[in-house]
Design a protein around this ligand. Structure first.
Ligand code: I3P
Length: 124
């Protein structure tokens, strides 16, 4: 019940596949392991799923992670990977996620949308 609520405040982006690596969990360093994840941005959360989600689906699906964006930091981090277009989200609980996609325009679009969600949710 209530599982759909997170989909209601969607900002510009719906869903897309991005490469994601969680490199810190609450301040504890994690081994870098890039995973191709279906990523969905809401007004204050970034959701990662193993499988592509249908927007009309009522099922939460195989969600593997929820990133709280309120109080988070986002920055381009070219030094953290040999891959191109890598940026990092650091949550206010000290978890760090690298996001990457080969398309520069797709990476920029996600960076800008996440930054807006960070800014607006942090002011709430
Ligand atoms: C890592 C893996 C990552 C790579 C990382 C390696 O090796 O090759 O893809 O990150 O580089 O350590 P392993 O699978 O053995 O853990 P990039 O693809 O982002 O370069 P790093 O240690 O320099 O971060």
């Amino acid at each position: 019940a209530g599982g759909l609520a997170v989909f209601e405040p969607l900002v510009e982006l719906k869903g897309e596949h991005l490469n994601v690596a969680k490199i810190s969990d609450s301040g504890k360093k994690q081994r870098k392991n890039w995973t191709f994840m279906w990523s969905v941005l809401t007004s204050d959360q970034l959701l990662f799923y193993k499988e592509r989600q249908q927007e009309t689906s009522l099922k939460p699906g195989s969600k593997t992670d929820v990133v709280q964006l309120s109080g988070a930091l986002i920055e381009w981090t070219p030094e953290k990977s040999s891959r191109k277009n890598v940026f990092q989200i650091t949550t206010n609980t000290g978890s760090e996620y690298l996001l990457q996609t080969d398309s520069c325009s797709t990476a920029s679009k996600w960076y800008d949308a996440i930054r807006k969600a960070v800014d607006s949710s942090t002011k709430l």
